[in-house]
Write a protein that binds this ligand. Structure first.
Ligand code: WTA
Length: 657
């Protein structure tokens, strides 16, 4: 595998930031963690699992006999919601704040652990009243408001399975996910506040359920957030507040098998169809809790933790809805965007709540960097003591800015690598132990075994790059793809015998630290969000104007990667098609409608041909060269070697302006 020259330069990074002695003295993670996990990995995980409350204790840690379908703690019984709420209240922490909610318009609300428990119990009783049974699927399509977390917790409490669909996805994407999971119930809101406006959600649910689609859905539970008018289907739709007001407040959580499904979360893969990643109960909560405690050095009752992710993504599951609550943390959630009403909003929130642990994505950091350090001048950020990064590689420049401007040159940065599929953090420094290195996620956590390997499956040595693989099962690993066990085996376990292949390239430096190189497959990473080239291509060709489409992820200063599309238009529609600029707008809007605004291509090039090999495979590598505006690489394997001249000729002639 070749490694880009700019990555080679990174590997000469010599800056190191060792933890301060004060930090070390009080740190949650101690160096013995590594030793313990090395000595007896399964015993180590059993100890982590025993931090939780088990309705019935487990006796076997791992059953890996039916590889690659793991069972962790599988003769134990556990209730996720009991672990996140009841046990803290029973331990006398009912008055501790669980959530500080900050709405975008400036409204706010505080929930103690007791308040949250009462709401979750009521919501659980509503689910039972609506006939939701253990194992039934519930779709959640909501803004970032407390009810989203309450809904997830309530679904988990009754042993049902949630599928949270990010509120930015279109009605079509929502319908496809509801249909794939055969959801019985949809929980949504009238809308949420975004960029200073009420942004509706319920209409997308109505559209998703219209025209005979999503026949499995019996009810829609609607949270009133914006107060906007909504269409109502009586008998099907019900208001959340009315239903919660009409049920008992008591609900006793029962234990479910540790391998009982907890949630499905759809994510993009290399094909046009999103995959429903399946997670189960005991192992997932074990690793979400363990990583949240150790990676962020969480001191419950002292720290104010804020993860800026939306519950629509895996980070919002493991590090908002589950990990922090399992640990009894006090956290902030914010409904809106960082620039509303201005780019000071996040820093205002940090100051207001004295946030001590902040977890966000490099894209956000780069957006603030563009504005400059003045963005924080009016705010007191001295409460911050740990900073986290997730979702994409963080370049050393952004890392240093984060450390300096946000972390006051003292807060350790944890660059955390993981995936929807891994369920929880896998690679990260541990604050208080690791001397951090700008731009490197560093080493696998205690209990996690990974290897960078070459094409033949051999481990690469220091200074070399290869494919990132996970060599031993881990508790929060995905248990499969919903409804498609074959696809699970094929996607993750077939390329290298006995190893999970993550789809990422990585390089080991001379110290044995890992540097993530981004995806080596056709998955893009835009602002830390996963998008599939195939999915956007199929959205483009579903438009009548488009005969063929090829999509690549091109480097972008702010968003990491940006979607760039190359389309060939249909001759039969030429008389309806206007200028390239008009076409581009029509097609961008079409992609937003089909998938959601996050998938909109940044640039669309109208071309007359696409570069293909003799076997008809599109050579995305060459299109990436065009999209990133650099000389075109080797074209000798193209069926027609002049194609690239035609493409660049047309683009340079300004036909696409
Ligand atoms: C990328 C997000 C570099 C990676 C939690 C992975 C990262 C994909 C990092 C998963 C990181 C995530 N450094 N790259 N710290 N964290 N990635 O499923 O390519 O939305 O495969 O999970 O994001 O994205 P997903």
């Amino acid at each position: 595998m070749s490694v880009a020259p700019e990555i080679e330069n990174l590997l000469h990074e010599t800056r190191r930031f060792a933890p301060s002695s004060e930090f070390v003295a009080d740190a949650i993670a101690k160096p013995e963690l590594y030793e313990k996990a090395k000595t007896d990995r399964l015993q180590f995980w059993a100890e982590q699992a025993n931090e939780l409350h088990w309705h019935k204790p487990f006796t076997q840690v791992l059953d890996w006999s039916n590889t690659p379908f793991a069972k962790w703690f599988h003769d134990g019984e556990i209730n996720v919601s009991y672990n996140c709420l009841d046990r803290h209240v029973e331990a006398g922490w009912g008055k501790r704040v669980a959530l500080f909610f900050e709405g975008e318009p400036g409204d706010s609300k505080v929930y103690t652990y007791l308040d949250l428990l009462i709401e979750v119990k009521k919501a659980a009783n509503v689910l039972l009243k609506l006939g939701v049974q253990p194992g039934d699927r519930v779709a959640i399509y909501m803004p970032m408001i407390p009810e989203a977390i309450i809904a997830m917790q309530a679904v988990a409490r009754v042993g049902a399975v949630h599928s949270v669909v990010f509120g930015g996805f279109s009605a079509d994407s929502l319908a496809a996910r509801i249909e794939d999971a055969e959801a019985k119930l949809v929980i949504t809101a009238d809308g949420g506040f975004r960029k200073g406006k009420a942004s509706p959600l319920k209409p997308a649910v109505d559209e998703a359920l219209s025209g005979g689609k999503c026949q499995t859905v019996e009810n829609v539970l609607v949270v009133k957030r914006t107060g906007n008018d909504v269409d109502w289907t009586s008998g099907r739709d019900m208001w959340w507040h009315e239903e919660l007001g009409a049920v008992e407040t008591e609900h006793v959580a029962q234990g479910f098998n540790a391998e009982h499904p907890l949630f499905i979360l759809y994510t993009s893969g290399t094909t046009g169809k999103p995959k429903g990643i399946l997670h189960t109960t005991g192992g997932y909560l074990t690793q979400a809790g363990y990583t949240h405690r150790n990676v962020f050095d969480l001191h419950p009752g002292q720290d104010i933790y804020w993860c800026t992710a939306d519950v629509g993504w895996i980070t919002g599951h493991s590090y908002v809805a589950y990990g922090p609550l399992a640990n009894g943390a006090t956290q902030v959630i914010y409904e809106g965007t960082p620039d509303s009403p201005d780019w000071g909003r996040w820093w205002d929130i940090v100051q207001k709540y004295h946030v001590s642990i902040l977890y966000t994505a490099p894209t956000a950091i780069r957006s603030f960097m563009k504005i400059g350090r003045s963005v924080t001048t009016h705010y007191d950020l001295s409460s911050i003591r740990v900073l986290g990064s997730v979702g994409e590689p963080i370049n050393p420049e952004a890392w240093m800015w984060y450390r300096d401007v946000i972390g006051g040159n003292k807060a350790p940065i944890v660059d955390t690598w993981w995936q929807t599929e891994t369920g929880a953090i896998m690679i990260s420094p541990l604050p208080g132990i690791t001397a951090t290195k700008p731009g490197s996620a560093q080493v696998a956590l205690p209990g996690i075994e990974m290897a960078v390997i070459d094409d033949d499956g051999n481990k690469v040595g220091a200074g070399h790059g290869g494919y990132l693989t996970i060599t031993e099962p881990w508790p929060s690993m995905l248990r499969g793809i919903w409804g498609d066990p074959e696809r699970y085996k094929e996607t993750y376990w077939s390329r290298f015998e006995g190893k999970y292949f993550a789809g990422d390239g990585a390089k080991l430096d001379e110290d044995g630290d890992l540097w993530l190189l981004g995806r080596v497959d056709d998955v893009m990473n835009v602002s830390g969000h996963r998008l599939s080239t195939a999915e956007i291509e199929s959205a483009l060709v579903s438009h009548p104007f488009v005969a063929e489409a090829a999509v690549v992820g091109a480097k972008d200063e702010t968003t990491g990667q940006a979607v760039v599309a190359f389309v060939i238009l249909r001759r039969s529609h030429m008389d309806e098609i206007g200028s390239d600029a008009d076409t581009s707008k029509i097609l961008r809007d079409h992609v937003a409608k089909e998938i959601g605004p996050i998938a909109k291509p940044r640039t669309i090039f109208v071309v007359s041909e696409l570069p293909k090999t003799r076997s008809g495979k599109i050579m995305r590598r060459l299109l990436r060269d065009v999209a990133e505006d650099r000389p075109i690489g080797d074209v000798t394997t193209l069926a027609d070697t002049s194609v690239m001249d035609t493409i660049t000729g047309r683009i340079n002639a300004g036909a696409n302006d």
